[in-house]
Ligand binder design. Structure first.
Ligand code: NDP
Length: 240
């Protein structure tokens, strides 16, 4: 039977590419989104992948929506925690709400989705969780203390939960993308982006599909021995 996968923020950007890659792999995919109804409708019409609307930063909404998906589609085998936001600014300008929103969605979302799905995976003896971190969680970035802290937290969260799942058939991994050509990066001012691209050894932004292929591998049967790891897909930037 096909594995059932939930991709948060799965209806556009990197998440859209992940939803499609998992579908191509034979999974039954459900995409989550939060605000952009029009894009979600267009995505579902084009791909046939249903889109469920909820805020991953809302703990109860994650529990309720995952229970609804389990009832309507089936038990969730694969979760890709991809939903993420930025609220950039130097510390002097950053407000508490900018810190809180980013922590709540980017890091809190991973906890909320794990609470909703990890116990079922353990019970059934098979599961895959992939958390989307960031190069800026590994290296830090000017004007992103909130985002860098949340993404860095994802890497610790991944390693800790991987230890809980290791003997139960549940793997937990992270991917740390470099700069990828999506709406999120389109929001970076052009002169800043030019400087960023100049520092990428491969000499260009990444494509969402290049992240999605890594996610698909980590979610596959073949990746059962890969857990607690972070795959950096960044065009050679920040090598270590
Ligand atoms: P986009 O801004 O293009 O898309 C973000 C997605 O997340 C959208 O689908 C959005 O839903 C969803 N989302 C936002 N907030 C919530 C929420 N509270 N609940 C549920 N869904 C939500 O981002 P990218 O595709 O660029 O990024 C995807 C992930 O990759 C993020 O975690 C990001 O931090 C990470 N990343 C991106 C990089 C890049 O260069 N683009 C680099 C490194 C990491 P909706 O459509 O409804 O708005």
């Amino acid at each position: 039977m096909a594995r059932i996968a939930v991709v948060t923020g799965g209806s556009r950007g990197i998440g859209e590419a992940i939803s499609l890659a998992l579908k191509d792999m034979g999974a039954t995919v459900v995409a989550n989104y939060c605000g952009n109804d029009e894009k979600a409708r267009e995505f579902t019409a084009r791909t046939g992948i249903p889109a469920y609307k909820w805020d991953v930063g809302d703990h109860q909404a994650c529990l309720d929506s995952c229970a609804q998906i389990a009832e309507e589609v089936g038990p969730i085998d694969i979760v890709v925690n991809n939903a993420g936001i930025t609220r950039d600014g130097t510390l002097a300008r950053m407000q508490y709400c900018d810190w809180d929103d980013v922590m709540r969605v980017n890091l809190g979302g991973c906890f909320n989705m794990a609470k909703a799905t990890f116990p079922g995976m353990v019970e059934r003896g098979w599961g895959r969780i992939v958390n989307i971190g960031s190069i800026n969680g590994q290296a830090g970035q000017y004007g992103q203390v909130n985002y860098a802290a949340a993404k860095s937290g994802i890497h610790g969260f991944t390693k800790a939960l991987a230890q809980e799942g290791a003997k139960k058939g549940v793997t937990v991994n992270a991917i740390a993308p470099g700069y990828i050509d999506t709406d999120m990066v389109a929001a970076v001012p052009a002169p800043v982006l030019e400087k960023i691209v100049a520092k990428i050894p491969v000499g260009r932004l990444g494509h969402a599909e290049e992240i999605a292929r890594g996610v698909a591998f980590l979610c596959s049967e073949d990746a059962g021995f890969v857990t607690g790891s972070t795959m950096s897909i960044n065009g050679g930037q920040h090598m270590y």
